[in-house]
Design a protein around this ligand. Structure first.
Ligand SMILES: Nc1ncnc2c1ncn2[C@@H]1O[C@H](COP(=O)(O)OP(=O)(O)O)[C@@H](O)[C@H]1O
Ligand SMILES: O=C(O)[C@@H](O)C(=O)COP(=O)(O)O
Length: 430
């Protein structure tokens, strides 16, 4: 089976989010972790999502990882490339959404693409170029205090123009409402041969499906996961999809469950508080991590007795914005984050060696660190836990690991416990 849609996501949770939407829309989808290379087996799938950890790298690194992933996807037949970034446009003045989009347009020799972060099912909408999170502007949401990419502006054109050398233009919802032909025509009218990125408003899934349809002939589409929901129909109409089967088989290994939370987002902090009332929990002290104290070893010692009895546990470094600010204490926030991530990755690896084989991880960067530490290479997509978050399973590992990678701001308060409970119906009994 040759790949039809090749996707590149800038973080792990974003990749599973996108993969789940494509599965829901009937594409056989596999997730590949990290930059694929000549030794990476071609997945037997219609859509492949390459999950990078490039959101907070420097722009040149992010470009290099993305372009090499894109070349690999093309070499396996990808007819269209989708660049997935966060529905809250998580990025800095330097990138990486703009530079990576520019580089992909150049590589794919296309003069225009769209940028559409909207994800209405999770409360993200774009109206007249402004990104809303639930009922308020992005810049007034808790994302303004993100530890790595604080979002202090809501105007996507302004944010993207600062990062990109392409022309950036808006397609407002009055045009989007008129449907795919008007959208395609509006895009075509603005083409001058110079690279241009059209920021498309979207308030609901109908808008996103119209936008998807209008992108039928674009070599590159960029956005949050939800705009990808309109793409599979194009492939079906072109006779490229075998059958739009919506369910992929999923089995959970029986064993010990570990919840690891490095996300400091508002939703995650509520989920941590909720889970603390239900299962044993352990706080990973970020100050001690930065001092080089043996935080991972102490946490592993604490968790061992629970792993032995298959009692689920929660280990978290999640903290309020004011605490995070004190911890960062004018140090480089990406370095601080990486050091916390390294400890969480080490804990995952050692607890897996002790027998844990079900992991719920909160946080995109944190998930990247855990997946790398567990040496996961390919993942299949299972059932949805909450919008944007599925259960997944490793494919190649000898003994499968069940993984739920949760974006910081996704999920209900009881997410962690709900995710673990859900697994009981998918257990492999032999
Ligand atoms: N207590 C803490 N102080 C400072 N940084 C932290 C703390 N706990 C976690 N972090 C870092 O914050 C970042 C959270 O990012 P991420 O895992 O992507 O979560 P989210 O999905 O909420 O954005 C990670 O780099 C993580 O290591
Ligand atoms: O698009 C989204 O909101 C998510 O898929 C995503 O990428 C979130 O990133 P994190 O909050 O850093 O997990």
């Amino acid at each position: 089976m040759s790949i039809i849609l090749g996707c590149i996501a800038d973080d792990l949770t974003g990749a599973t989010d996108l993969a789940m939407i494509l599965v829901r829309e009937g594409m056989k989808t596999v997730q590949v972790v990290g930059e694929p290379n000549a030794d990476t087996p071609a997945p037997n799938a219609e859509a492949v999502v390459v999950a990078l950890k490039s959101r907070t790298n420097n722009a040149q690194e992010a470009i290099s990882m993305t372009i090499s992933s894109c070349k690999w996807l093309q070499s396996h037949g990808a007819k269209q490339i989708f660049f997935k970034y966060c529905s809250t446009f998580d990025s800095t003045d330097q990138g990486n959404i703009g530079p990576v989009t520019d580089a992909l347009m150049k590589h794919l020799e296309c003069a225009s693409t769209i940028a559409c972060p909207a994800f209405p099912e999770n409360g993200r909408t774009v109206y007249h170029g402004y990104l809303f999170v639930n009922h308020g502007l992005l810049s007034e949401s808790s994302l303004r205090n993100h530890p790595l990419t604080p979002m202090r502006d809501s105007n996507i054109k302004r944010i993207l123009s600062a990062q990109s050398s392409s022309k950036v233009s808006n397609l407002y919802f009055e045009q989007i409402e008129k449907g795919h032909e008007v959208i395609a025509q509006a895009v075509a009218e603005k083409e001058t041969g110079q690279p241009i990125i059209h920021i498309t408003d979207a308030l609901n899934d109908n808008h996103l499906r119209s936008i998807g349809k209008a992108c039928k002939d674009m070599k590159l589409v960029t956005g949050g996961s939800a705009v990808a929901q309109g793409l599979p129909l194009n492939f079906e109409e072109q006779g490229l999809l075998r059958s739009r089967t919506k369910a992929q088989s999923f089995f959970a290994p029986v064993g010990a469950s570990v919840i690891l939370s490095g996300s400091c987002s508002e939703a995650t902090r509520s989920q941590v508080s909720y889970a603390q009332n239900h299962i044993p929990s352990y706080c990973l002290d970020a100050v001690a991590i930065l001092k080089g104290e043996p935080v991972a070893n102490e946490a592993i010692n604490w968790a061992t007795k629970y792993i032995d009895t298959a009692t689920p546990v929660l280990l978290y470094s999640s903290a309020d914005p004011s605490v995070v600010e004190q911890i960062q204490n004018n140090q480089n926030q990406i370095d601080v984050g990486s050091r916390v991530e390294a400890v969480i990755g080490e804990i995952a690896q050692k607890l897996h060696a002790l027998g844990a084989n079900r992991f719920v991880v909160a946080g995109g960067e944190t998930s990247g660190a855990v997946i790398n530490a567990l040496a996961v290479k390919t993942m299949s997509i299972g059932p949805q836990i909450d919008p944007g978050v599925p259960w997944t399973s490793t494919i190649i590992n000898e003994k499968p690991i069940a993984l739920a990678l949760k974006s910081g701001n996704f999920g209900t308060d009881d997410f962690f416990i709900k995710a673990l409970n859900q697994l009981t119906q998918y257990e492999i009994t032999k």
